[in-house]
Design a protein around this ligand. Sequence first.
Ligand code: CP3
Length: 341
Amino acid sequence: MSLFIETLRGKRGSRPPIWLMRQAGRYLPEYRALREKNSMLQMVMTPELACEVTLQPLRRFPLDAGIIFADILTPLIGMGANLEFKKGEGPVIDNPIRSAADVAKLRLPSPVENTPYTLDAIKLVVRELGEKTPLIGFSGAPFTLSCYLIEGQSPGDLERTKAMMVGDTATWHALQEKLVPLCVEYLVAQVEAGCRSLQLFDSWLGYLGPREYERFVQPYLTQVVSEVRARVDVPLVFFATGVSGLFPQLSKLNASAFGVDWRITLPQARSLLGRDLPLQGNLDPQLLAGPWEYVERCAREILADGATLPAHIFNLGHGVLPHTPPENVQRLVELVHSVQP
Ligand code: CP3
């Protein structure tokens, strides 16, 4: 078994494994070269291109895991969302979900009908990577997907999302009930295509207080995690940002590990979770883009924090930023790899 998978299963290896969220992307000149000729959606929807982009960071750096190149929002296209990635604006959905009728219209295609391109890309990547480097599959969680579907653009302060939640509660619940099977089937299909671990992204969850989390989100998130874990025997990492106030609740999820952002230390996250689980994180991506000397200092501090945990997967607290020097990523991976037990 690989170091990454063993660590996720709670077994501390000779050193922490390392991979980086958004390890494929605009900070790499070879990504930008492909992106000049193709839109983001063309890259995701062409298995050969998605495979190539997934492999780009793995060719440069000895990372301990790959993550399939796709986006949390692409499965929404087959449900009926007109998704576009606009330059400077990020994702836009020009037919947002605002009413019960809009929810009723959402289709629920199987993953093979909905995202055949991602499943095919996974098969291509796994063939290239062989046994040595495990591939991570992923999905957005129902709450974060709802934020994009309802707001139709970068969710901002979640005005419309929260309005639906508390003001049109029946529609909110109907939407969650459609998104749960979407997420479950999509994650299971990625494992069947060859992924050896999963990550569930709930990027906007930190905008909720614990009571609204419990009332409007927890039942559905619990269902996604439990159903996936009952159906496939691979580790699942739950990732969100700004959720220290929700850790006591989140710790009830049957996740294998939790991703931690940079706003708290790993030992703080451990004590808020109140459970001994492997933690993944948590270098501030903005700092990774800065002077190497400070990156090194942070990385050593995080490694020391990680050494106090039952198991630690080195990562960032959020995704690699476009202005990050690839040189810093190279040196970071080398530093983590040089850790002596
Ligand atoms: O390398 C990887 O991590 C795998 C690929 C991946 C992408 N998006 C590719 C991408 C993953 C795992 C995601 C997850 C994702 N997408 C999340 C959850 C994690 C997080 O960042 O909180 C969210 C919220 C999205 C939605 C999304 N996609 C936004 C807000 C944006 C625009 C902002 C940006 O960084 O441009 C995207 C576009 C996107 N997804 C890009 C990439 C490489 C940039 C596309 C480009 O213009 O080349």
